[in-house]
Design a protein around this ligand. Structure first.
Ligand code: IMP
Ligand code: MG
Length: 185
């Protein structure tokens, strides 16, 4: 599997160090522990990030999940993003932290943030592990970013290509020979 990776972009050690400071930033931004916060995580890319992050957060929390499917129709039509909220607890009046793997074009987070606001959350903050600043749109606001990265297709630490590579312990750039035959990610 390592042979499919062109280079390591973010090593295990660097991920671990950044997770510690990121958790600190997030803890300071939720000063009212009260009945705790509500995590809303976006499956499946966030699972490793989520597991490592929440074990570093001291406040009381519940965890809800959403999954997203996107259908890209004709290339001239923007893709339609459909949210499955079956595993999402009641958000009304809650302080919500949305956890996602990567902010790329922002389509996914725009839909998730909209849904959480509509559900009547008291406050909504968002953390992403990765952001591609060259592509991220100005209207999708994220409060915490683990790493800004160049516009390359990455896998590992939860992120996939065709559902593979999520279990790599680092974030790496997929070798172009891996997706060959013209089907770029
Ligand atoms: P967006 O809606 O374009 O912001 O893309 C969000 C989703 O696309 C992410 O949650 C990922 O699942 C996937 N994605 C975007 N860029 C990458 C990448 O470089 N590697 C793996 N998945 C990616
Ligand atoms: Mg994802």
């Amino acid at each position: 599997m390592d042979g499919d990776i062109e280079r390591i972009l973010i090593s295990e050690k660097t991920l671990e160090r950044r997770l510690a400071t990121l958790a600190d930033e997030i803890s300071k931004a939720f000063p009212r522990p009260g009945d705790g916060i509500m995590i809303v995580t976006v499956l499946s890319g966030s699972i490793i990030f989520l597991a490592d992050l929440i074990r570093r957060l001291p406040m009381k929390m519940r965890i809800g999940m959403v999954s997203v499917s996107s259908y890209r129709g004709r290339t001239t039509v923007p893709r339609e993003i459909v949210l499955d909220t079956a595993s999402l607890p009641e958000l009304h009046g809650r302080d919500v932290l949305i956890v996602d793997d990567i902010l790329d074009t922002g389509g996914t987070l725009r839909v998730v943030q909209g849904e959480v606001s509509r559900a009547g959350a008291r406050s909504v903050k968002t953390v992403v592990l990765l952001r591609k600043p060259d592509k991220a749109p100005a209207d999708v606001i994220v409060d915490f970013v683990g790493f800004d990265i160049e516009d390359v297709f990455v896998v590992g630490y939860g992120l996939d290509y065709n559902e593979f590579y999520r279990n790599l312990p680092y974030v790496g750039v997929l070798s172009p020979k891996t997706y060959g035959n013209g089907s770029t990610p």
